[in-house]
Write a protein that binds this ligand. Structure first.
Ligand code: CTP
Ligand code: MG
Length: 234
């Protein structure tokens, strides 16, 4: 039986967050942000192991105590210049690690999506465990979409019909994902599914909800704090 392995790329700098500290380490509900996604993934009975990919010059990780995740967690200092490079380097490290096979499922999850729940994770795994290709959590676009000209004036309204916002985890088999990522221009893509699509395949969209948003700008951090606090007091 193929197993389910999580891979968290966490080698970015968080430039849009405008903070000296990479955003995955910013304090969120009393922990560094990456702790929350790690906690959910390590808690899941489906997930066999969790790999974290850090920048080669990361000095923050070692400042915290991660021993509560020790039975599942492996850390690799092999991040690259782009997210896709970090994921591909992580997959290569995973393969040389020996215990992960090319038919095992890899769930790539952004360190910057701290509000992922066990329920969303289960929905993804249940929907895709028997799938030929794999897929991703996503939500249908809710807002009306405007196309702008160079003066920021509206040129027209785009139909939001059939448009989805991609989230993570994105779940593909190790062999397929490695092959797809090694063929694309890594600077031209911002998620894993794009590489699979470039191979001519169609990843499946599994409906999620807006709580699994990505922390990109400072106000997202405040929002994530509210979401996690509310869950703690339930
Ligand atoms: N990431 C990575 N390696 C990179 C760039 C990004 O592992 N070279 C990771 C980030 O750490 C994050 C995830 O990919 O967990 C999603 O990327 P994003 O939200 O864009 O994070 P950053 O690239 O760090 O932020 P920004 O684009 O604002 O600089
Ligand atoms: Mg980025």
């Amino acid at each position: 039986m193929p197993r389910f392995i999580a891979l968290i790329p966490a080698a970015g700098t968080g430039s849009r967050m405008n903070n000296e500290l990479p955003k995955q380490y910013l304090s969120l509900a009393g922990k560094p942000m990456i702790y929350h996604a790690l906690h959910t993934l390590c808690l899941s009975s489906h997930i066999f192991r969790v790999f974290v990919v850090l920048a080669p010059d990361d000095h923050e990780w070692s400042r915290y105590d991660w021993s509560s995740f020790a039975d599942k967690l492996t850390v690799k200092y092999c991040g690259g210049a782009t997210r896709a490079d970090s994921v591909l380097n992580g997959l290569k490290a995973m393969q040389t690690d020996g215990s992960i096979g090319k038919d095992d499922w890899i769930l790539v999850h952004d360190a910057a999506r701290p509000c992922l729940t066990i329920f969303q994770l289960d929905q993804l795994i249940d929907a895709l465990a028997l799938d030929e290709i794999g897929g991703l959590l996503a939500i249908p676009v809710a807002d009306t979409l405007k196309r702008a000209d160079s003066n920021q004036c509206v040129m027209g309204t785009e139909s939001r019909n059939s448009l989805w916002q991609a989230q993570t985890p994105q779940m593909f088999r190790l062999g397929l994902l490695m092959d797809a990522l090694s063929k694309v221009d890594s600077a031209a893509i911002t998620d894993d599914a794009s590489a699979i699509e470039a191979s001519g395949l169609r990843p499946r969209l599994v409906q999620s909800d807006a709580y699994n948003f990505k922390v990109t700008y400072p106000q997202d951090l405040a929002l994530a704090e509210l979401v996690l606090q509310k869950r703690e007091t339930k």
